[in-house]
Unconditional design. Sequence first.
Length: 496
Amino acid sequence: MIDTALINQLKNKPIEPRGHLIDGLSVLNEDGMTLDVLSPRDGRLLTTIADGGSREIDLAVNSARRSFEAGSWSAMAPAGRKKILVRLAELIDAHAYELAVLGVRDNGTEINMALKAEPGSAAATFRYYGEAIDKVYGEIAPTARDIVGLISRGPVGVVGVIVPWNFPLMIGSWKIAPALAAGNSVILKPAETASLSLLRLAELALEAGLPKGVLNVVTGTGAVAGEALALHNDVDILAFTGSGGIGRRLLEYSARSNLKHVFLELGGKSPNIIFPDMPDPDKAAAAAVNGIFRNSGQVCVSGSRLLVHRDIHDEFLSLVVARAQKLRVGDPLDTASDIGAVNSAEQLQKNLGYVASAKREGAVLCTGGARILSESGGYFMQPTVFRNVSAEMRIAQEEVFGPVLSVIPFADEEEAVRIANATNYGLAAGVWTADLARAHRMIGKIQAGVIHVNCYGGSDITVPLGGMKQSGNGHDKSLHALEKYTALKTAWINIA
Ligand code: NAP
């Protein structure tokens, strides 16, 4: 049961201007520069954040390096790190409403979803890696008897983390928690339109007992603070979630600086494929609608291409359009809203630009396509469905990252696979069929990091999330994520 009274109490609370969090302290820019934080709910000024540059990044990297070398965290026994990370998970749970409402005011995600996906996932993630870290063993190689071959994993050092504005707490935690659990020190650069809840998370980490300097947050723009972090010669690893365009730049920055390892979790244009033998058309339509429109389509694994078999195309499309039209778009802090606000005026314009381009290319608008509730000052958009989309149109190739669904017909399994794989992306997919053999064939043939069968979008912290092709080269979540933040070391010991 959601506590609406508490949400109402928190939603108008003034937010003090925020500094960076460096070496355990709130630090303002030396030049006094700040960025305005506008709420996507109403376009009004919420507060300001510090607009960090290379000086603040230097301070944060130095603090992270000092803490790593001092061993206050990196040399702590895993069982000690576990206690602090689990305590942090408890604090996140205890502050769940505060964190969720703060995040929604900053980024516009609807509160029902934010409560689960943001503090809910963040707490589960810190608990998972905290609990795991004293259960991860090294290996002994099968060598000759006079040699002991020890294979171990240890922390790498200083980790830079750059995250996007959709689900900042969840995605931030997917990186920070395993990096910290492994004993590294971290500098986080959140998105400029979603920094507030992550700053609060870092304060809670101090309260949980994380030594100062182990988790630093520098706010600011990607072009300045993000670039300075990615180019820094004393950062050992860069873990990034965001768009392919910026991911490409980060690889360049690494090549121009110290060849730091760069792990990229990027976008998608995920196909959700409906065969005529799907077990339950209503359930499939509901999942297709939820799979693209939740969080206004601002989900990396959104099923933004709906591939429907020609035999059921019109009938299934009607189910989808009817459901899309029933969704209630409104204030993200109203629990009755199904969909909240688009994150920024810029993203809203981008979405509308794709609607115009789809029409120009000959796609047919079935529903939506416009900004709504503009009198509120907020950035709201109707759930939008296009039919008669062909695989080569921009709307079928490029990630919109908004509430826009492209419906594409197919004739048979072979064509479904061909269309599904015909983009540069390979993040997620869905397959709806009662035929187990077909489901397995599709799992084998579709190029995607995660494939849902007879559902769309489900997951938890126990399974990895990562992409193929231009959807990235790294995985968040599960024990596999620890591989990114640890260095593999061999000791070849002669005992003859
Ligand atoms: P974005 O524009 O690539 O930005 C991501 C982050 O990079 C932000 O913090 C941004 O800072 C920063 N940045 C921008 N320019 C930079 C530069 N030159 N150097 C270093 N950092 C820089 O992506 P977005 O619009 O925030 O997020 C949407 C994208 O993220 C979509 O493509 C989505 O699919 C992807 N995503 C992927 C996953 C996954 O798990 N695969 C999950 C969620 C989202 P600012 O604060 O200035 O923007």
